[in-house]
Design a binder for this molecule. Structure first.
Ligand code: DGJ
Length: 728
C-alpha cells in the first residue's frame, strides 16, 4: 500500500511487514525518513528531527527555510554538485561544463500495479491489485533535466522495487556520468555487509564484514555481472543470523557492469547504493531522450537472512521468471560436455541418449562442438550451421533420433561470441567489440560480438530462429565465456563510446526477449562459464541457470548455499558428474552427488555408456526419488539450517507449500572423528502435527523436530544424505 499524508507531506510505502517513509522536505529534497519494520502509526516521526549542520559543510541556501546541509540529511536520491559530498547517485555534465544538478519537486502519482521498464528486465505483476506504485517527478529548472523516481510496493511480498528515469526536456545534450538506481540513507552505521564474491568454479561464496568508515564497495567492470561479484548485498544487524535480526537486501535486476555498496559518513549515517557502474560510463542524453536505470529489488526482513531469502525466492520464481516453464517441472537432462567435451560424433551422442533413456533421463543436451568446424576453442563461433563431419544427419536428424529414443533434445549455443577463424568473422570483421588500431585481446581464443549494434542483434535473432525452427529443439543452453576488453564499437561516434557496455546489455536483452517470445515452448538455460552472469536480470529470460562449472558435490555445497541467499533452487542447474571430479579431482559417491544435485534442477553430465547396469539402475532410482520431492524443493520454502561457511556441515530444509512434505539435505565436508551423532533442528513445521521419516519407520512430533531435532548419522568426509518427512 502507498499513502500520502498531505498535512505532513509523508509518503508511506508499506508491504506486509515493512514500512518505507519519504517526506517532501521543502521544494527540493525528498527526505528519507524510515525503512524497516512496519509502522502502523507515524505520529512523532519528526519530533526530534533537528537539522544538524556539521562544521565545514556548506549550507543549501535555497533548499528550505531552515539552515540545513544536504551533506547530512537522509535523502532519497543524492546529487553531485552542491553540498552533499557523500557518494552521489547522480552526476552529470551540462553544456557549459558545469556539473551541478538541483532537482525541484514537480508532482507525484500513486497508482495500482507496476509499470514495465522499457527494454529492461524487471519484476512484474499479473494484475494491478498485486502492487502499488509511487512516482515522484523532479525537474532541474536550469537544465530542463527531469528525473522520475519510481517505487513499487508488492502487496504480498516484503519487497519494494526502485528505478529511476531521466528525461531531457531542455535544449542541450546532457552527459550522464553516474545514475544509480537507488540510494537508501540510514541514520545508523552499526551494520555488517554481506555479499557474494567468487571466481570461475567458485561462485557466490558468502563474505560478511563490518562496515568501515568510508565506502564498502563491490563492482564489476567485466562487461557482465561476473563470477567475481554478484549484484547483491545485504546490510544486517551485527546480531543477525539466519533466523533473527534485521536485514536489508539489495538485488539488482541487471546483468552488466554494476556497482553497489555502503558509505558510512562521519556522523554515523550509512548510504546504501546500487546501479550501473559509473566507471567508464557516460550516456549522452539529447533533447527529448530518456534513460532508464534498471530496477533494484529491496527486501526487508526482521527475522534474519532466511526470511529475506524466502522473499526473494518466491518473488523471483513467480514474478521475475516468466513463460511456460515458470510453472512446469523441468525434464531431467543429460549433457554430453564432461562426457565427451568436443570429441564426439553422432553415434556417440545417440549411444549416450539410448543409455540415458534406459536410466530414466528425459532430455539430451548437445553441448559445444556441433557447429562450423569446431573441434576445439580456436574456431567457428558465429558459424551456427551443423558440422556435418561429426553429425551427418544434421541437428534435425540427430534430434529426431534422440526423440525416437524417448528423450527431448536440447542444444548449446554461444551466440554473443565470434571466433576469428569463422566465416562470420571473415565476412564481418567489424562486428566484434574492439577499438580500431588496437590489438583485440582474446579470451578463450574468442572475441565478443558487438551487441550494441542492431545489425548484429538482428543476425543473432535470425540465425537462432533458423536453428530453433529447423529441428525439434526443446531446450537451449545459452553460454557466454569471456570478459570484455578494449570496449568500443565501430558504429558509435567517439562521444558515445562509453555507452557501449550498457548498449550491449540492452541489445542482449532485446535479443533474448525476441527469442523467448518467439519460442515459448523452449526451455532456456543461461550459462556463463557456469554462474558468471547468474543475476536477476538474466532470470527474466532464462528459467534456469548453470550454477557453476564446478560440479563437485562438496564445492556445490558452498556454491548452492551462497547462491540461495537470493536465487531459488528452481533456478539452479545442478548435475551429477564424473568422479574423480574434473574440476577438483575429488571422489564422492553417486548418492552424494545426486543428493546435492536434487537441491537444484537435476541433470547428469557423465558418460553413461561406460556405466554398469547397477549404476544405471541407481540413476533410475535417483530420478524416481527426485520426482517425489522436486515440487517441494523447487516451489516450497527453503531454510538454511547449517552453513558450510561456518561449520563442517551444510543442511538445507525445503518444506512444501501445504507443509505435508519436508526434505532435508545434510552434507558433511570433513568428519570429526569420535563425535556423537549430530542433531538437526527443523523449522516452520505445522505445530501439533507429527511427521514420519520416510524409510525409517520413525515418527516425530513437530515440537521435537523443531526443538530437539532428529539425529543424522555420523557422516563420512565429502558425503550428503537426504531425509524426507511426511506429515501424518
Ligand atoms: C562453459 C560452460 O559452462 C560449460 O558447461 C560448457 O558448456 C562449455 N562452456 C562449452 O564450451
Amino acid at each position: 500500500m502507498i499513502t500520502f499524508d498531505e498535512t505532513n507531506c509523508y509518503f508511506h510505502i508499506s508491504t506486509p511487514n515493512s514500512s518505507y517513509v519519504i517526506r517532501l522536505y521543502g521544494e527540493y529534497i525528498p527526505q528519507h525518513l524510515y525503512y524497516g519494520k512496519k509502522l502502523d502509526n507515524l505520529n512523532g516521526i519528526l519530533n526530534d528531527d533537528e537539522p544538524f549542520v556539521p562544521g565545514f559543510s556548506a549550507i543549501d541556501r535555497e533548499y528550505c527555510e531552515e539552515q540545513i546541509t544536504t551533506d547530512v540529511v537522509l535523502q532519497e536520491y543524492a546529487f553531485y554538485g552542491s553540498c552533499d559530498l557523500r557518494k552521489p547517485s547522480f552526476h552529470a555534465v551540462y553544456k557549459d561544463g558545469s556539473r551541478i544538478t538541483k532537482m525541484k519537486f514537480v508532482s507525484y502519482k500513486i497508482y495500482k500495479g507496476k509499470p514495465t521498464l522499457p527494454s529492461l528486465p524487471a519484476t512484474y505483476t499479473e494484475n494491478d491489485d498485486e502492487a502499488d506504485t509511487l512516482e515522484l517527478l523532479y525537474r532541474d529548472e536550469v537544465t530542463g533535466l527531469e528525473l522520475t523516481y519510481t517505487y513499487t510496493a508488492f502487496v504480498k511480498f516484503d519487497a519494494v522495487t526502485r528505478s529511476v528515469k531521466a528525461k531531457n526536456t531542455g535544449c542541450d545534450a546532457v552527459n550522464i556520468k553516474e545514475i544509480m538506481s537507488c540510494n537508501v540513507d540510514f541514520p545508523r552505521s552499526d551494520f555488517d555487509f554481506i555479499h557474494l564474491p567468487g571466481a570461475w568454479l567458485r561462485e557466490r561464496h558468502i563474505e560478511r564484514l563490518s562496515l568501515i568508515s568510508g565506502r564498502t564497495h563491490i563492482e564489476s567492470r567485466r562487461g557482465s555481472s561476473s563470477h567475481h561479484h554478484s549484484p547483491f548485498f545485504a546490510l544486517v544487524d551485527k546480531c543477525c543470523t539466519e533466523t533473527q535480526g534485521q536485514v536489508y537486501g539489495f538485488s539488482f535486476v541487471y546483468s552488466g557492469n554494476f556497482e553497489a555498496g555502503a558509505e558510512v559518513d562521519s556522523f554515523g549515517n550509512t548510504r546504501a547504493y546500487m546501479g550501473i557502474n559509473s566507471f567508464d560510463f557516460n550516456w549522452m542524453l539529447k533533447k527529448d531522450e530518456q534513460f532508464i536505470a534498471p530496477e533494484v529489488v529491496m527486501v526487508y526482513s526482521s527475522e534474519g537472512l532466511g526470511k529475506m531469502s524466502r522473499t526473494y525466492h518466491k518473488l523471483y520464481r513467480t514474478r521475475l521468471a516468466r513463460g511456460m516453464y515458470r510453472d512446469t517441472e523441468r525434464p531431467v537432462l543429460i549433457n554430453n560436455w564432461e562426457a565427451t567435451y568436443m570429441n564426439f560424433d553422432e553415434q556417440k551422442i545417440v549411444d549416450i541418449a539410448r543409455t540415458a533413456a534406459k536410466a530414466g533421463i528425459e532430455m539430451l543436451v548437445l553441448d559445444d562442438g556441433w557447429f562450423g568446424k569446431r573441434n576445439d576453442s580456436q574456431s567457428s563461433l558465429g558459424d551456427w550451421f551443423v558440422f556435418k563431419d561429426k553429425l551427418p544427419s544434421g541437428i534435425n536428424g540427430l534430434a529426431k533420433k534422440v526423440n525416437d529414443l524417448g528423450l527431448k533434445f536440447g542444444l548449446w549455443v554461444e551466440p554473443e561470441m565470434i571466433s576469428e577463424n569463422s566465416d562470420l568473422y571473415r565476412s564481418h570483421p567489424d562486428w566484434c567489440i574492439h577499438v580500431s588500431g588496437r590489438e583485440k585481446s582474446r579470451g578463450r581464443n574468442q572475441l565478443v560480438l558487438d551487441l550494441s549494434r542492431q545489425d548484429v542483434c538482428d543476425y543473432i535473432v535470425k540465425v537462432l530462429s533458423d536453428i530453433l525452427s529447423s529441428a525439434p529443439i526443446s531446450y537451449v543452453k545459452w553460454d557466454m565465456n569471456r570478459n570484455m576488453s578494449e570496449i568500443g564499437s565501430e558504429k558509435l561516434p567517439p562521444e558515445r563510446q562509453s555507452e557501449v557496455a550498457h548498449r550491449y546489455m540492452l541489445g542482449l536483452y532485446g535479443v533474448l526477449e525476441m527469442l523467448t517470445q518467439r519460442f515459448p515452448n523452449v526451455l532456456f538455460e543461461g550459462c556463463s562459464g557456469g554462474g558468471g552472469r547468474f543475476d536477476a536480470g538474466m532470470m527474466y529470460y532464462f528459467n534456469q541457470y548453470w550454477t557453476s562449472d564446478d560440479s563437485d558435490a562438496v564445492e556445490r555445497m558452498y556454491i548452492q548455499h551462497g547462491t540461495s541467499l537470493v536465487m531459488p533452487s528452481t533456478f539452479m542447474g545442478a548435475h551429477v558428474s564424473e568422479v574423480p571430479n574434473h574440476q577438483v579431482g575429488r571422489v564422492t559417491s553417486l548418492e552424494t552427488r545426486g543428493n546435492i544435485a536434487f537441491c537444484g534442477q537435476l541433470g547428469y553430465e557423465l558418460d553413461v555408456t561406460k556405466m554398469s547396469e547397477e549404476e544405471l539402475d541407481a540413476i533410475r532410482a535417483q530420478i524416481e526419488k527426485y520426482k517425489t520431492i522436486s515440487d517441494t524443493v523447487h516451489n516450497g520454502d527453503m531454510y538454511r539450517l547449517l552453513s558450510p561457511f561456518d561449520s563442517n556441515y551444510v543442511a538445507w530444509e525445503f518444506i512444501s507449500n501445504n507443509k505435508n512434505q519436508v526434505v532435508v539435505c545434510y552434507g558433511t565436508v570433513n568428519t570429526l572423528p569420535q563425535c556423537k551423532n549430530n542433531f538437526v533442528k527443523l523449522e516452520a513445521l505445522e505445530s501439533n502435527r507429527e511427521y514420519r521419516l520416510f524409510g525409517a519407520d520413525k515418527v516425530y512430533s513437530a515440537d521435537v523436530l523443531m526443538n530437539i531435532g532428529f539425529a543424522v548419522e555420523n557422516q563420512k568426509d565429502f558425503s550428503a544424505d537426504l531425509y524426507v518427512f511426511e506429515k501424518i
